[in-house]
Write a new protein. Sequence first.
Length: 606
Amino acid sequence: MSSISIFQTRTYKILILILGLLLLVYLYKYNAPKDKVDNVYESQRFDHAPFSHIHFADRSNNVGVNYTHHVFSTGRKNKEDLELLVEPIAPSTSVVDINHDGFMDIYITTGKGSPNLLYINHHGLYFSEEAKKYGLANLNQEYDPSYAFWGDFNGDGMIDLVLARYGCHSLFLGQKDNTFKERKEWFNGYCSKPNGVNGADFYNHGKLDLIFANFLPGQHEDWANVLWMANTRYDNQTGGENHLLKNMGSSFKVETKANFITKSYSHNAGVADINLDGLNDIFFANDYAHDEMFLNKGNGVFEDVTNTYIPKVVHGLAGMNTEFFDYDNDGLIDLYVTNIYKPPFNRHFNLLWKKKDDNTFENVSNKLGVAKCGFSWGAKFADIDNDGEVDLLVMNGRSRAAEVTSPELGKSMWFERNEVSQIPTFLKDLYRPKKTLKGRFISAFERKCLFIQKNGRFYDVAPMAGFDDREENRGIALVDYDNDGKMDVITSGPMAKLKLMHNESVISHDNSWIGFSLKDSLGNTIPHGARVVLKINDHSILRELYPANGYKGFNDSRVHIGLGKVTKLSYVDVFWPVSKKTKRYRKIEINQYNEINENDSDEVLP
């Protein structure tokens, strides 16, 4: 071949390369995939008439609960990190009866340098903020608080508070006058960066232990690259280490035998007795990684059964929420995990893992209509209309700049995020994303989802039920704040107004409900791990008490069960986690909360 031909061939190739690059620039800048706000939900056509009685209304201003969260940093020192700007710490909202008057109060974590808030419930009529009075304002906080977990840790029958932070943590012990005193020494200097905390008796030793779901690496762990630039690895090796803390009676000790193997970006830890062997097991909902399931083998040892029980090929790789619940009343505890659905950029789904008789799970979310709800976060099951079929509420939305009040006024970050995630790992250190969120948004302006179950399938009725605001909501906590037997909802987000959504559904007079307020033999009113089996004629309804399951919410610790047309009950069996005894109670009434004291049982079951 002549030198002229070689030159022409090279010139042709160079021109093709230049044209290709110009085309890529054009596609990136002028013809990027469109970010449609409303293409992230289930495509459902159904008759709305059967759901016209469902309705929620925000009553937070009416009853004096006024709080809007603002951005607090994650503590990352690297100013170049975009994630610092778009991943603020969401508030933790918890529900607890602080003064034991039978009405649930609301506790909200704020941020470094700001007092936390305690709204005392005055018989369901109004709330007053009294955190300082109870010793829970935690003024001049050194670290950003990330989660509030309640339980009896020293066995005195009084409620205590674990306040987890992006830093070092504290235990606030409950006093006889209902105030709280801080006891940092319980943690022996243990510090980490959790998004969620949960607790149960993991050793069967009669004490409440803790599990920390640490999202970011702690002070002695290595940092990964910018989070959303690392998400092609999915190797569960770049986030924070999760830890089990054993309750020693007057302090917590990190359990070295509980090697959870990985370093995942865990948003929360769900707890349940997955294989029904009497030991509390753990599930981690992980972002930028596979979710993880661990069976408790006893004495601080756990077995990774993730791929055996919940096949990794199905995972959404953006796990945000862990909700264990028997949604179909078959006596088996199922699992709901939220993820991201954002076509054309991300087509993963929320996962409803239905438990099978062999203790493994299969995903049925697409079949039942609960797979799609945008950039999903917290989710909880509850029987909204007391018809006997439990429903599902899902929070969603990511981030936007304050000045971007509508999608038309900002630029979507999804295309950039999608492209950056494809950069080979060895080149990622050379890329520097823009340093500001100004004028931009990602998965913002998404409405929440309210899936009502009817005849075994779910239907999203949020737009017609007043459950459809467009703020970026993440946390959810269930509470019947006025004790009317209808479950209300608290929603929150990192830059959103906290809303107390009052359940104003018109309940058929044929539909009944029953509630249980549990108190164990020590006087503890939040017996984590209690199991309630309600016997109705020829069938049973199972509920477990793990109020910290979910995302950024500690839920009403009373057990609420919708009964539908049932008018007569047989009995209720309660497994008590401290004594390890199951006892039967027959003096129960429908359409009210029944106070169940462990010592008042009719019968101790074998």
